[in-house]
Design a protein around this ligand. Sequence first.
Ligand SMILES: [Zn+2]
Ligand SMILES: [Zn+2]
Length: 280
Amino acid sequence: MENLTHKIKFWGVRGSFPSPRKDTVIFGGHTSCVEIRTAKNELIVLDMGTGFLDLGSSLMSETNAPSEAHVIVSHFHWDHLFGFLGFAPFFDPMRSFHIYGKDDKMTPEEIIDYIQNPTFWPVSMDMLNAKIDLHTFPNDELVISDDIRIKFTLHGHPNGANSYRIEIGNSVIVYSTDCEHPTEHLNHHVVDNAQDADVLIHDAQYTDEELPAHKGWGHSSWQQAVGVAKAGNVKQLILYHHDPSRNDDAMSQLEADAQGEFPNTLAARQGMEIHIPASY
Ligand SMILES: [Zn+2]
Ligand SMILES: [Zn+2]
């Protein structure tokens, strides 16, 4: 029997570096990883930061976990990739994974080969028993099933990163992380990509006050995230990719400030789940 909702679960919400400290236990210290579990129990994963490790453990102990998953990577910076190295389901021959990365100077195979260089890590691809297919994200869109399509737009970030628009039946989840907007205005492509989304997960690493000192670092302020949510007419905004130095008190304040501008906003917390009604 099908559930009536799609679940979004945040396994890692931090940007740049893991930040496991006593003053980050509420919002969490793992880096980028979001699970989407559709009402039909299909599994889509956004990014493979250190949160991917806990998702892996969870899948190993879940009796109803799908044997196949689609993993969509925004870009290959370490904070979105490190979890690849220790994802337990990769060792299980009964599982299969399709991993899609942004078009890059290196192919996905070269990137994985690079991070598994034996100087840095003892596990190589041939030790992973799961079926793992590495792909460059298609130029137009990725069609996973009759119900699931994923579109993307490239946005500003050092070496670029992809925003994704995941359409599941009539539901829309948008993921725009590691996204630097132009100084004078919001990136129109990012706004268009977010149009009428049920949930927008958007980079909010900085505040407007902090942004000028981090020009060129490739990130947004929470005010810009709110701007995209308003311009895109989205229903719910999730602030994401938190600065590793921002403690729980500062995160709560940032969330409250954003809620003052766009009430249906939450700052992502590690372990947080959101359910949106499924409509096919
Ligand atoms: Zn990042
Ligand atoms: Zn990055």
